[in-house]
Structure formats: structure tokens, C-alpha cells
Design a protein around this ligand. Structure first.
Ligand code: HEM
Length: 256
């Protein structure tokens, strides 16, 4: 791999095709796949609970639908913990790479150079679009988990009264703060469905981009190794950081 220094920055020359770099370690990929597989299954069982009676029941019959929904509900109850574990893992591993920075504003202004071949957007490990996905998954994941917890362990969590108190104090609204436990449960049910549907729509777009939508992207979460030229094109500053670390540790081959 060839390096040169330009105005104090370590630059990487475009290398030959076929050279790869490690984008995600096995532990990062394990966290991602834990949340990915559990979310897809939770989303499927959740959509079945919401819409299965209209879409599936007429097709497969009442008995098959009842059995599927019954077991789906139990699957949902156990996968819930896998989802939360995956959420904690990706938060801990990636939060430092997802702190918003000035580069993100430039990335958004150029719309990630999506619509023009001659515009280049700088990006570290995650670009601004990915940071939005990350924070939406974390915020939405926490919200869907807390509301899911209160549906799983009935009448144990009453978070709407407290949340409404804060909202009233901040926005001057008059939301009810002395909710009966049954009202808390009803609100949790509605909120859980809204958050889960919102997350599902966003994650479907993410899955499309991460699989067939962007050539070369899947390798990052598959083997963890991506084509070096792909990495330079999409995450140039991150490649520079990685290569600079390699130069420091003596693993790279700097050139004049
Ligand atoms: C099941 C199919 C999925 C595929 C094929 C997929 C693919 C990918 C790929 C390729 C990346 C790395 C992109 C890069 O190298 O920069 C990634 C990152 C990520 N994935 Fe997934 N993913 C899937 C499901 C999910 C699900 C269900 C969630 C969360 C509920 C999720 C959350 C994330 C997050 C937070 C990141 C880091 C930020 C980002 O790249 O947007 N993924 N995914």
C-alpha cells in the first residue's frame, strides 16, 4: 500500500483492485447481526399481529393463522432480549464514530454526492446519513424496548405520566399526568406499534442500501473486509486514519 504526505496529511494512493481493508471486526459484525436478525423476526411477528388477520388469515385459514400468531408471540417475547443486547453492543462499539461533526454538514449539503459523479464528500467511519440511521436506531430502539417491556411485564412500567410531565414543563402543554395504570398500558401499546412501524420503514431502506442498493457495501457486514478502493471512495478520512495508525505502528509501507 502506498502513502504520501500532503500538507501534513497522510494520503493514500488508489491501489490495485482486489486489495481489501478490514471495515468491521467480528465482534462488531456479531453485534450488527444480533440486532439485524432479531429485528427482522420481531418486525415480522409484529406485522403479523397488526395486519396478519387481514392479509394472512384469508390465505392460510384461521387455524394455521392462530397457530402462527401464538408461536410468533412467544418468539417475539424471547427475541426481544436479543434485540436489546444487540442495541447495547452497537451503541457501545459505534457511539464514538457517530458524534456529529462539521464534516457531516458538508456531506448533507452535497447530499453525500449521491446525485453527481464529479462531487466528492469526505467521510470518516460513518457518513452523516449513517449517523442519522445510527441515532434513529438507538433512540427508536430504546423507545420500542421500554414500551415493549411494559407490554411484556404488565403494569410494571409507567413512563407516560413522567414523560408528559416533562413535555408539559418544556412545551407548556396540558397532557394528563395522573394516568391510571390501564391508560399507561394503552398508550404503551399504541406507542410501541408507532415506533416499531417507523423503525421498520427506515430499516427496510437501510437493508436495501446495505444489500443490493450499494455495490460492495454488504462485504462490510459479511466478511468484514471491503475493497480498499471502495473504502477510499466512501470513507476516505477513515481510510486515512486507519492507514496513519498502521504507519505509526510500523504495519504499513510509507512511500516518499
Ligand atoms: C438484515 C439485513 C441487513 C443488512 C444486509 C445490513 C447491512 C449493513 C451494512 C452493509 C452496514 C455497513 C455499512 C458500511 O460499511 O458503512 C450496516 C451498518 C449498520 N446497520 Fe445494518 N443491515 C441489516 C439490518 C440492520 C438492522 C435490522 C438494523 C437495526 C435495527 C441495522 C443497523 C445498522 C446500523 C446502526 C449500522 C451502522 C450505521 C449505518 O451504516 O447506517 N442493520 N448494515
Amino acid at each position: 500500500m502506498a502513502f504520501y504526505v500532503l500538507r501534513g496529511r497522510v494520503m493514500i494512493e488508489k491501489g490495485p483492485a482486489g486489495v481489501t481493508t478490514t471495515r468491521f471486526t467480528w465482534i462488531e459484525r456479531s453485534g450488527h447481526w444480533l440486532i439485524a436478525v432479531s429485528f427482522v423476526m420481531l418486525g415480522t411477528t409484529g406485522l403479523n399481529i397488526l395486519y396478519g388477520r387481514y392479509v394472512l388469515k384469508p390465505l392460510i385459514g384461521a387455524d394455521a393463522f392462530a397457530a402462527m400468531t401464538y408461536y410468533g408471540k412467544y418468539l417475539d417475547h424471547f427475541l426481544f432480549f436479543a434485540f436489546m443486547a444487540g442495541l447495547v453492543m452497537i451503541f457501545v462499539m459505534w457511539v464514538s464514530h457517530n458524534i456529529p461533526s462539521r464534516i457531516d454538514i458538508a456531506w448533507i449539503m452535497k447530499a453525500g454526492a449521491l446525485f453527481s459523479k464529479n462531487v466528492h464528500s469526505d467521510s470518516r467511519k460513518f457518513n452523516a446519513g449513517q449517523k442519522i440511521v445510527f441515532w434513529a436506531v438507538i433512540a427508536g430502539g430504546i423507545s420500542v424496548s421500554v414500551s415493549g417491556w411494559s407490554l411484556l411485564f404488565l403494569f410494571t412500567i409507567h413512563f407516560f405520566s413522567g414523560t408528559f410531565e416533562i413535555v408539559n414543563a418544556v412545551l407548556g402543554t396540558q397532557l394528563p399526568t395522573d394516568l391510571a395504570p390501564i391508560h399507561e398500558q394503552q398508550l404503551a401499546q399504541g406507542w410501541h406499534a408507532i415506533m416499531a412501524l417507523g423503525l421498520t420503514c427506515m430499516v427496510l431502506t437501510h437493508i436495501y442500501i446495505g444489500s443490493v442498493g450499494m455495490e460492495g457495501a454488504f462485504d462490510a457486514m459479511g466478511s468484514g473486509e471491503v475493497d480498499l478502493n471502495w473504502a477510499k471512495e466512501h470513507h476516505n478520512l477513515w481510510v486515512e486514519e486507519v492507514q496513519a495508525r498502521e504507519v505509526e505502528s510500523g504495519a504499513g509501507q510509507p512511500t516518499e
